[in-house]
Design a protein around this ligand. Structure first.
Ligand code: PGA
Length: 244
């Protein structure tokens, strides 16, 4: 059984001073048994987080470029991310898909490149409110899954995050049984293809200390991707230990 993965997605928040303060308060307590913690800070903060986070924590990047290196102003390669100590990378976060127009094709390229460079990608999928209301949730998330994993879905080395777009940053968390049914469909899709045998499926979207334990109690919820509530060490610690 893989450990549950509790991820902090700091988006475009935090400064060097705030990171120092975060880890001063965070302390050195290890995660509870069976849980793993990973921090996704903005790019320039990666080395600082690497140096300040407690041993045994993991470091990840919020985005990457698919090329090995090259004339791509403003982009960051998986090779460099590995070099500064990342072991994870997010691929296809809904803000990348919807605000920056990243296509399925591009995301599939990023996913492959991350695997090839020894990073563990977390492919993010999720439906909009309109898609949910029209009853298209499973079509959308399974379509994003199939597109992101490509023709030959890898047997291992990646994780997934289900993040309903309407739940991200809105305070409106998915009901745990709704999350569970989507997670179960994602698990079944992987099982049916012999893919992602070690994949965890994280839930993301308005996770807070008060709803984390119930979400983690669902059999197909194998972790959490936490935005706003991960910026405060006390609330992120409460999420990391919820129900443990
Ligand atoms: P939120 O963000 O926890 O602030 O809703 C989650 C995410 O976007 O990963």
């Amino acid at each position: 059984m893989e450990p549950l993965l509790i991820a902090a997605n700091w988006k475009m928040y935090m400064t060097t001073r705030e990171v120092r303060e975060f880890f001063r308060q965070w302390g050195n307590d290890p995660p509870p048994p069976g849980r793993e913690v990973v921090f996704f800070p903005p790019f320039p903060l990666l080395p600082l987080v690497r140096d300040l986070m407690p041993k045994g924590s993991a470091l990840g990047a919020q985005n990457s470029h698919e090329a090995h290196e090259g004339a791509f102003t403003g982009e960051v390669s998986c090779r460099l991310l590995r070099d500064v100590g990342c072991s994870y990378v997010l691929v296809g976060h809904s803000e990348r898909r919807h605000l920056f127009g990243e296509s399925e094709e591009r995301l599939a390229g990023k996913f492959r490149a991350a695997l090839a460079r020894g990073l563990r990608p977390i492919l993010c999928v999720g439906e909009t409110l309109a898609q949910r209301q029209e009853g298209h949730t499973l079509d959308v998330v399974l379509g994003q899954l199939a597109a992101g994993l490509g023709e030959e879905p890898p047997v291992k080395g990646f994780d997934l995050a289900y993040e309903p777009v309407w739940a991200i940053g809105t305070g409106q968390v998915a009901r745990s049984e709704d999350a569970e049914s989507v997670h179960e469909a994602l698990c079944a899709w992987l099982r049916g293809r012999g893919a992602g045998t070690d994949a965890r499926i994280l839930y993301g979207g308005s996770v807070k200390p008060g709803n984390a334990a119930e979400l983690l109690a669902q059999p197909s919820v194998h972790g959490l991707l936490v935005g706003g509530a991960s910026l405060d060490p006390l609330s992120f610690r409460a999420i990391l230990t919820a129900g443990a």
